[in-house]
Design a binder for this molecule. Structure first.
Ligand code: SF4
Ligand code: SF4
Length: 113
């Protein structure tokens, strides 16, 4: 088996030289993430029980889609959960895991087709 070719680090191009050759990846029209409604990936959806919720916001911290909707007071001091944005909720269930078990204000249910 041939020995791996030794890399000559001082011969490699740096990022400035590479940028002169090619602009790299171009993402047109940013930001684009609001256009991608990840809600249609869902096969299950989290159901929120407002009466049980203590507004600890752990679900908001862990939601990868920023789909936990909040209401923030004008002075910015009171933040409450007000629901789930099903346009973006992809049904991963992380919020359900994050909600304290003693509170159990979220649970997954089958998506109705
Ligand atoms: S199921 Fe996933 S994407 Fe949907 S609200 Fe919970 S954490 Fe966010
Ligand atoms: S983690 Fe549970 S208790 Fe905390 S804000 Fe979310 S739903 Fe409410």
């Amino acid at each position: 088996m041939p020995a791996p070719k030794e890399r000559k680090w001082d011969e490699l191009k740096g990022w400035k030289e590479l940028a002169e050759i090619s602009p790299g990846a171009i993402v047109p029209g940013v930001p684009t993430s609001p256009e991608y409604l990840t809600g249609d990936w869902r096969v299950e959806r989290p159901i929120w029980d407002e009466d049980k919720c203590t507004h600890c916001l752990l679900c908001w911290v862990f939601c990868p889609e920023d789909a936990i909707m909040l209401n923030i007071s004008e002075d910015g001091k009171v933040v409450k959960m007000i629901g789930i944005d099903y346009d973006y909720c992809k049904g991963c269930g992380i919020c359900v895991r994050a909600c304290p078990p003693k509170i159990h204000a979220l649970e997954m249910a089958p998506e109705e087709v």
